[in-house]
Design a binder for this molecule. Structure first.
Ligand code: PMV
Length: 334
């Protein structure tokens, strides 16, 4: 019987960001982060073990809808991770991998988090292994996409900065049922970002604001944990927005500087501020890209969505929310 498995893994949105690494190669972060796992923004990956192959094959769903060989840079990153997993589990042979996303990749919607989580979990499932979630989180992190460590879990997730370089895995702090927060992703540019988050992490410590943010983080982490536990949206909104602005302030003042924002980004930020001024609970956050994640309680989703959809800058709106985490699927892509 062929060793093959398909896994769906979600993206996640960071409430407290991972920005700057102690060990970039192994994605050991400088600071803990907290995220919300999404439900609809997912990557799906099929992995098949090819015992006699001499190299792994990486396919992805191209713009035409067909599975085609993935672009070289992406295929190379996946192959490096597959080689690591082959060594780790002493796999003879190689893999055939096919992957697809339900959302635009490399546009600040954490496609590397969901993509590497899906590939990692699909390899483990194809090999018939059953591993504890802590180990799955570490394996996903060792892809080099640190945020993938959080995508193996559902609900609200914290990823500490240690204890060690080899033991650094995420854990769920609250299940998805605890609070039905929605994430409306206002897509102002579906194209790939010009500077990868890996380069962003590398440059972050060159910003004069990097250390100042590090000093604020213990208090911010505590605020977010409390806001989540108490379902206190106003408390959450203040910290989440401060975090996103700081990340981009650090990016813009890194050497060389990185500008992820576009005019549409500012238009959405302004609209969210206007909503809040009207007393509507909504707040914004932005990962390494131009697109804005607008968070709100489920009761406000329809109203917030129609306001965002009316903005000329918003090309499309992805209506997502807190999700349950990855799942093995019966159907395969290949
Ligand atoms: O996991 P990476 O290396 O793609 O970095 C993620 C960086 C941010 O998305 C900006 C923040 C985060 O914590 O997800």
């Amino acid at each position: 019987m062929s060793q093959k498995a398909t896994v769906r893994a979600p993206s996640n949105i960071a409430l407290i960001k991972y920005w700057g690494a102690r060990d970039l190669e192994r994605a050991v972060p400088r600071n803990p982060s907290i995220s919300m796992t999404l439900e609809r923004c997912v990557s799906r990956s099929t992995v098949e073990v090819l015992p006699d192959a001499t190299e792994s094959e990486v396919l992805w769903r191209g713009v035409g809808g067909e599975l085609v060989p993935a672009p070289p840079a992406f295929a190379e990153r996946i192959r490096r991770h597959l080689d690591f997993l082959r060594r780790r589990f002493r796999v003879a042979g190689h893999f055939r991998v096919a992957t697809e996303n339900t959302f635009p990749p490399a546009a600040g919607i954490a496609s590397s988090a969901s993509g590497f989580a899906a590939v990692t979990l699909a390899v483990v499932a194809a090999l018939g292994l059953e591993l504890p979630v802590e180990e799955l989180s570490e394996l996903a992190r060792l892809s080099g996409s640190g945020s993938a460590a959080r995508s193996v879990l559902g609900g609200y997730v914290e990823w500490p900065a240690g204890p060690g370089r080899d033991q650094c895995h995420a854990r769920q702090i609250l299940p998805p049922e605890h609070w039905n927060l929605r994430d409306l992703v206002a897509v102002v540019d579906a194209g790939p970002k010009a500077v990868s988050s890996l380069d962003g992490h590398r440059r972050a410590p060159t910003s004069p604001h990097f250390r100042a943010r590090q000093r604020q983080l213990p208090a911010r982490l505590e605020e977010v944990r409390r806001a989540l536990i108490e379902r206190d949206f106003d408390r959450l909104a203040t910290v989440v927005e401060a975090e996103a602005i700081d990340l981009h302030c650090i990016a813009m003042t890194s050497s060389p500087p990185i500008f992820y924002w576009q005019p549409g980004t500012l238009a959405v930020l302004e609209a969210v501020r206007a909503l809040r001024a009207e007393g509507i609970p909504a707040c914004s956050t932005i990962d390494a890209g131009a697109n804005v994640h607008v968070l709100c309680p489920a009761t406000e989703e329809a109203g917030v969505a129609s306001r965002l959809e009316a903005l000329p800058a918003v090309r499309s709106l992805i209506r997502d929310g807190v999700g349950r985490g990855p799942a093995v699927e019966a159907g395969h892509l290949i």
